[in-house]
Design a protein around this ligand. Structure first.
Ligand code: ADP
Ligand code: MG
Length: 360
């Protein structure tokens, strides 16, 4: 029997680079998702085919607990399979066919969508607690793919809900659903670039935050309030101090964003977040700054910022309802004039979290 599993991508409204600092984030799951069709496999192996890459990978079932990374897309699947086996789950011989509507490498988390959809398909009828599913996906990415990411992407791909954003406290993994503001649209603009230093810079940022926490004598930056930070900041070397200031202020912005209904205030928080990511956290780039600056000059735009890890990928834009078409046209033509590439624009609609698709 062929079964189909779906896991959504996500857009992060605010709370950037806070998750691996045990902080607050406010993402929502997207209608763009990864779909895995799972069919029986006559061979004693796990076979996967990616429609996007038009490539397959295959691993003998007996070898899965010992797999090593190959540094390509198959690692996300192999990593999840290895985590399942190590967690005591049984993997049946299956053929998985992967297709996705999440743009890849654009900061909308095609990686978590891939991990969670494959994990569901591979666990099949063995129940996995939702939180364990998210943690397993994160472990696959940290330990197998080798990116020291936080839990946000996998968590929201599992727990997303239609019409709502998800306030996640990465310290205790508690969640709260937050209604989206009315009268506005959330649009993501894809810069269509991903600069090569994205991965190494991400790793470096995690180290710089850990250094700041050490200087402050705390386990994570989450333990530090804005006022405590101001009195102790001098003890931290400048770069680590700037990173920490971003994280600590950003947590506060998430708190304010999640309780405000005023589009003007929400927009202002996005603008502040972008400025902080640009100057303090230094994860923006010319293309993203251009997209944000251009957006902010368009009538009906309340705010804009980079979303996701940075160094390319998407911006998100809070746009007054009715102004979407002109926004899209203006941003696209300006970006083409400046960079010679047409940026894709996606309307972000909050969708449900991952699960099996059952045909009626
Ligand atoms: P993001 O999560 O923001 O999209 P990442 O760099 O974290 O960007 O993850 C992108 C990687 O995930 C791709 O380079 C690829 O290895 C893998 N991936 C995502 N979608 C697919 C897919 N449909 N098929 C195969 N691999 C995919
Ligand atoms: Mg990713």
């Amino acid at each position: 029997m062929i079964r189909t599993f779906r896991a959504p991508g996500r857009v992060n409204l605010i709370g950037e680079h806070t998750d691996y600092n045990q902080g607050l984030v406010l993402p929502m799951a997207l209608s763009q998702a990864t779909f895995v069709e799972s069919a029986p496999n006559p061979a004693e192996s796990l076979y996967v085919y990616s429609e996007h890459y038009k490539e397959s990978r295959e691993w003998p079932l007996g070898a899965i607990s010992q797999l090593e990374p190959a540094r390509d897309w198959g690692d996300y699947v192999a990593g999840v399979a290895r985590e399942l086996v190590r967690g005591g789950y049984r993997i049946e011989p299956r053929r998985l066919f992967i297709r996705s509507t999440v743009p890849e490498g654009a900061g909308l988390s095609s990686s978590a969508a891939l991990e969670i959809s494959c994990a569901l398909a591979l666990a099949a009828d063995q129940p996995v607690a939702p939180l364990d599913l998210a943690k397993l996906g994160q472990r696959a990415e940290v330990e197998f793919v080798g990116l020291p990411c936080g839990i946000m992407d996998q968590y929201v791909s599992v727990f997303g809900r239609e019409g709502a954003a998800l306030l996640i406290d990465c310290l205790n993994l508690e969640r709260q659903y937050v209604a989206l503001p009315s009268g506005v649209s959330i649009l993501a603009v894809n810069s269509m670039v991903k600069h090569a230093l994205a991965q190494s810079a991400y790793r470096k940022r995690t180290e710089e935050c850990a250094e700041a926490a050490r200087c402050l004598g705390v386990g994570s930056l989450r333990e530090v309030s804005q006022s405590t930070f101001e009195t102790a900041a001098d003890a931290i070397p400048e770069t680590a101090r700037n990173r920490a200031r971003h994280v600590i202020d950003e947590n506060e912005r998430v708190r304010r964003f999640s309780v405000s209904k005023d589009p003007v205030e929400l927009g202002r928080l996005l603008i502040e977040s972008h400025r902080s990511l640009r100057y303090l956290y230094e994860v923006s780039c010319a293309e993203l700054d251009f997209l944000v600056d251009t957006a902010l000059e368009i009538d009906g735009v309340h705010g804009a910022r980079v979303t996701g890890g940075g160094f390319g990928g998407c911006t998100i834009n809070l746009v007054r309802e009715g102004c979407e078409a002109r926004f899209t046209e203006t941003v696209q033509s300006a970006y083409i004039r400046r960079f010679g590439i047409s940026p894709a624009v996606y309307r972000c609609v909050a969708a449900a979290g991952a699960g099996e698709i059952t045909s009626a």
